[in-house]
Design a protein around this ligand. Structure first.
Ligand code: ARG
Ligand code: GLU
Length: 701
């Protein structure tokens, strides 16, 4: 009976792999070509990734350091998400020019806004270099010796690969270090803001709708890459010219229908498909619940204030979005992990693995300790990671605490310019009442939940006067709440003042907590290293045990292709989700009283006139978003969603809540990526913003 269940689960495992799971390496896409074509792809793997001719990959970039973008004109026009450009749009915004609220449209190239610090990375080529990286590594070397040799080897490979070019190279391990890939990149430094819709389009639905379907967010923004006169990357200069790409994407106005083939080409950040049952237990039963609980408390306070005060709404918008984004994802992830019983699935696989090695003394010799080592390491790590989660979600989450702790460091005190900027930046968006209220709640939870007293040298005092009074005193007595005084002290630069800051009540409270956190982190680091070594062996063993199975490496913020089909899904019993949404849904959600659901008069006017032009579907409807079962994750934001012809039909911007466990376990019945219908994006550019000149630049068919 037991055996039967195990075999059943294994078969199921293989089946899910066969369905649209996988983040594939573009340089090996020829291996997927047949499968992709049988599922609907009409172009070749070589059309998608080639080093010999221009291919779609020449139009896909890493935007900044955590999003994807795509080039859509021969003048370097670039699309990404609104939430990816958000920081830059915000940085150009002021009360007079509130681009966040009102949107921004450069009506000609001279109006496009430079963004110092923003880069766009274009992959030139990738190849496997495992043998070269591991050359000279012998089994008798210590881990430190091995790592040193690997680093030396990598430096040489990179040097050779980029010699006499302006390219930059990196080497990234995959399969936990069983293989190494060399990536040669071109990095552009002059990237200008061209357009962004107002937030009530680009962020419509806000945090309430985030991670959810049905969705109506016009989540896009537009940039342009510039180069020097020779077409090479260069820092911003007025003399720079628009980048002339090897390839730009063709846009299709045909839209998608249910079951259409689509693929997503982009930079997924991180997944953990190979982790053992012990790791899933830790995530599901410890780190996620702690973070969810603490963030629920924090968000309740912030939301209460945001709803009553427009200034606080602005100050805390980005912070709340950040806190809430992780919070909501982990809630969805835990539900998914529980529903699929991923822990049981992993245990079943581990049982099969044990049987497999027990049949063969050599395998037993080589792999016999993996699972017991995993078990022991995770058992030892558990209290440390628990402590870490509590620290991160309480001490670190109370804004004034990390702010204060920054000045424990002499260098941070002495660098006047940086310190001034840091202080001013902090107070611009800081509300002490919110912070204090949060501190009281989080410290209380912390005290009730952990017994690490080293974080709280004030325990006695707290027991006597209560946490609320204790926090009130702390905030009342500390100089760190006083922006003017702090700035004066920094300007003066007197080391006596530095000493004083370091005996401030808040500093006295924060420092031991940080010290304890750092010593905790140091101990954790050793376990992480051990896990790295173990992970490498574990994946090697799994590959040996399942020779028929097609593996793909975990996401690591390098370029990948994932493919699937446009599809609705059933989130809960009795409910079925349709695969697309329309502008009618925006009007249904409209609520002038609620910030996230305000609809501008201009959009309403276009809606009432049904003035959708060429962007309507064949029924005259204007579609906003659609879902498909492409396997995506954070970092895929802004990724092009392409149809069977390799034409752009959407911009990826989110996943559906019920499927967010896909970072650990993909389930094609529940996992859906959410994309903006490219026609809604063009409608906003053309009809809403009147930026027709941008449409004219694109290749539309
Ligand atoms: N959930 C999306 C992602 O993971 C969008 C996040 C930004 N939007 C928001 N409302 N917080 O990045
Ligand atoms: N919004 C995510 C991002 O910024 C994409 C959604 C996901 O996690 O799949 O990359």
């Amino acid at each position: 009976m037991k055996k039967f269940i195990i075999i059943g689960i294994l078969a199921f495992n293989n089946l899910t792999i066969w369905a649209d799971e996988g983040m594939w390496l573009p340089y090996l896409l020829a291996k997927n070509e047949k499968d992709m074509q049988s599922k609907g792809l009409k172009i070749s793997a070589e059309d998608i990734y080639s080093v010999n001719q221009s291919s779609l990959k020449d139009a896909v970039v890493l935007f900044g350091s955590g999003c994807t973008g795509e080039i859509i004109s021969e003048k370097g026009l670039l699309l990404t998400n609104h939430h990816c450009g958000f920081g830059k749009i915000q940085s150009h915004s002021s009360l007079e020019h509130d681009y966040l609220t009102n949107g921004f449209w450069a009506m000609n190239q001279s109006e496009e806004l430079p963004n110092p610090g923003l880069t766009v990375t274009l992959l030139i080529s990738m190849e496997e270099v495992t043998d070269k990286v591991l050359a000279g590594i012998t089994s008798d070397m210590s881990v430190a010796q091995k790592n040193k040799k690997i680093e030396e080897n990598m430096a040489i490979i990179i040097q050779n690969a980029t010699q006499d070019t302006h390219y930059k190279a990196v080497i990234e391990p995959i399969y936990d270090g069983n293989q190494y890939l060399l990536y040669i990149n071109e990095i552009f430094e002059d990237v200008r803001l061209v357009g962004a819709p107002p937030s009530n389009i680009g962020k419509f639905g806000g945090d309430t709708d985030n991670w959810m379907w049905p969705r109506h967010t016009g989540d896009f923004s537009i940039f342009r890459i510039y180069t020097d006169k020779n077409g090479k990357p260069a820092p911003f200069s007025k003399d720079n010219i628009p980048y002339k790409p090897k390839k730009h994407l063709t846009i299709s106005l045909k839209g998608v229908t249910e079951n259409d083939f689509t693929f997503v080409f982009g930079y997924p950040g991180s997944t953990q498909q190979f982790i053992p049952s012990y790791a899933v237990e830790l995530i599901q039963n410890q780190s996620n619940p702690i973070a969810i609980e603490m963030r629920t408390q924090r968000l309740n306070v912030i939301k209460k204030y945001m709803n009553t005060d427009p200034l606080i709404r602005i100050q805390y918008a980005a912070k709340a979005a950040n806190i809430s984004n992780g919070w909501k994802k982990w809630i969805g992830e835990n539900k998914g992990l529980q529903r699929l019983d991923v822990i049981a699935q992993k245990r079943a696989l581990e049982a099969i693995f044990s049987q497999w090695i027990n049949q063969n003394p050599q395998k037993k010799e080589k792999y016999g300790k993996i699972l017991t080592n995993y078990r022991d390491i995770y058992a030892q790590m558990s209290p440390l990671t628990r402590e870490k989660s509590y620290f991160m979600e309480s001490f670190y989450a109370v804004e004034i605490i990390p702010f204060t702790n920054r000045f424990a460091n002499e260098k941070n005190f002495q660098n006047k310019e940086a310190a001034r900027a840091y202080i001013n930046n902090f107070f611009k968006d800081y509300n002490p009442n919110i912070d204090k209220e949060i501190a009281k709640i989080l410290f209380k939870t912390y005290l009730d939940s952990t017994d690490n007293d080293s974080y709280l040298p004030y325990k006695k005092e707290i027991d006597k006067i209560g946490i609320d009074k204790f926090v009130d005193n702390l905030y009342a007595k500390s100089i760190f709440l006083n922006q003017d005084k702090l700035l004066k002290i920094i300007d003066k630069g007197d080391m006596k003042d530095f000493q004083k800051l370091n005996s401030d009540p808040l500093m006295n409270f924060a420092s031991p907590a940080f010290a304890s956190y750092f010593s905790n982190a140091k101990r954790l680091e050793q376990y992480y290293q051990a896990l790295d070594e173990l992970g490498k062996l574990w994946i090697q063993a799994l590959m040996e045990m399942q020779p028929q199975k097609t593996f793909y490496p975990d996401a690591n913020l390098t370029l990948r292709v994932t493919y699937g089909h446009v599809k609705g899904y059933t989130p809960t019993d009795g409910v079925e989700y349709h695969y697309y949404t329309t502008i009618d849904g925006i009007m249904q959600k409209e609520n002038p009283e609620i910030y996230d659901y305000v609809v501008t008069d201009r959009l309403k006017e276009l809606y009432l006139k049904k003035d959708y032009g060429q962007y309507a579907d064949k029924n005259g409807e204007l579609r906003v978003a659609f879902i498909a079962d492409n396997h995506t994750t954070g970092g895929n934001s802004g990724s092009p969603v392409l149809n069977a012809d390799g034409h752009l039909v959407g911009i990826n911007f989110d996943r559906c809540w019920e499927g967010t466990m896909s970072d650990i376990k993909f389930d094609s019945t529940q996992c859906r990526n959410i994309s903006l219908d490219i026609r809604y994006c063009l409608f906003i550019i053309d009809k809403y913003a009147g930026a027709k000149h941008l449409i004219d630049e694109m290749s539309i068919n």
